[in-house]
Design a binder for this molecule. Structure first.
Ligand code: AMP
Length: 359
């Protein structure tokens, strides 16, 4: 078992599980710091494979392959949370994994995540465990009006969730999940959505980015804007929420906390992402140290970088066939394309960030 009790020197190798656009942008950031990346993905056509010196394709539960991957790395991190927790624990026997198996286990299950958040004294939508159609009906009657039922695991971009307006609808939606355990949440009539992207270093230091305001379309992030409409006090509260969560998980790396901003100004935690996040992409152009560099710094045991924002920014995702307009988009701002061959509907193909002088 390797240990990493001092900063990883340039030339060292950071392993990244998952080879999507987040892995790709992490690899680019690592490379600027003189660190190598090795990327593990379950298919051979991963966007991140195009920009990393070392890559391996294998199943996420192939323990033998994962062990071989770990042996070639000095530290391992991941870019998405839907990984088998036992595989991460296995990796942890070979190489330091940051953030660790515990943070992943808590955040990849909506029930354990919301229970954890509530225990920290933070606000969430009311929620109930649902493991049967009867429990779905019962949970709906306790919520009383509109609700959302979500599978506990493996949901993203609106997949594995349904809005329901009656006990019968709740039961039907649960049945459509084909037995997957779920939670039922009260529907929050929020004013808008925001998120806080923050980092905790290996030494426990903590720094947060300015929280963006986020707009979703068809359950997919369309746009993140900084500054948001949050007041100064709400910005501080959002950062404190992220700090409480990061400290309680003994977290190392970048994490994102998605928030609902209530009409009364309350901040409710919707979800924790134990990784770099789409709502933090604007930090590449608008901050001295981007979320990607920050994550690499944290997992490599380096001092955290300056997250302060030197410009106002709007980041827009380029989704599906919108990427066909790349030439026109390239004229409008800082264009990022992820190198994905096929522009399927709903697929994140790239993003564009537009800066304005800081207000
Ligand atoms: P999630 O997968 O939990 O991040 O949910 C995706 C999106 O669905 C959120 O960003 C919200 O726009 C919406 N949503 C999720 N849960 C709720 C809720 N309890 N009340 C209102 N809207 C929600």
């Amino acid at each position: 078992m390797k240990i990493l009790n001092k900063p990883l020197a340039p030339g060292g190798t950071v392993g990244i599980i998952g080879g999507g656009q987040l892995g790709r942008m992490l690899a680019l950031a690592a490379s600027r710091l003189g660190l190598k990346t090795s990327i593990y993905n379950d298919t051979a056509d991963a966007p991140a494979f195009q920009v990393t010196p070392l890559a391996m394709a294998g199943a996420y539960d192939d323990l033998q392959k994962l062990a071989a991957f770990a042996d070639a790395c000095d530290v391992v991190t991941f870019e998405f949370e839907n990984l088998p927790a036992h595989a991460i624990a296995h990796l942890g026997e070979h190489v330091p994994v940051r953030p660790g198996a515990h943070a992943l286990a808590v955040t990849q299950d909506r029930l354990s995540e919301k229970t954890f958040v509530e225990k920290l004294g933070l606000k969430t939508a009311p929620f109930f465990e649902v493991s049967s159609a009867d429990q779905a009906r019962e949970a709906f009657s306790r919520i009383g009006s509109k609700a959302i039922i979500k599978t506990r695991r493996f949901g993203y971009d609106g997949k594995g969730q349904a809005k329901v307006a009656s006990a019968e609808e709740a039961a039907k939606a649960f049945e459509s999940f084909k037995g997957a355990p779920a939670i039922l949440e009260g529907f929050v009539d929020f004013s808008y959505e925001a998120s806080v992207v923050a980092a905790r270093g290996a030494d426990g230091s903590f720094l947060a980015y300015d929280p963006p305001e986020n707009e979703h379309e068809n359950h997919i992030l369309r746009r993140s804007t900084v500054p948001s409409r949050l007041s100064r006090a709400q910005v501080e509260e959002a950062k404190t929420i992220a700090r409480k969560i990061a400290d309680a998980l003994d977290y190392v790396g970048v994490l994102a906390v998605e928030l609902f901003v209530g009409r009364d100004g309350a901040l409710l935690v919707n979800e924790i992402a134990p990784r770099v996040h789409n709502t933090g992409h604007w930090t590449i152009e608008a901050c001295q140290c981007s979320q990607f560099e920050q994550h690499i710094r944290a997992v490599a045991g380096w001092p955290l970088g300056d997250p302060s924002r030197h410009a106002d920014a709007v980041m827009e995702n380029i989704i599906g066939a919108e990427a066909d307009a790349w030439e026109a988009l390239a004229r409008t701002g800082a264009l990022h394309l992820y190198g994905k061959a096929e522009a399927r509907p709903g697929r994140k193909m790239g993003h564009v960030t537009r800066l304005k002088p800081k207000t």
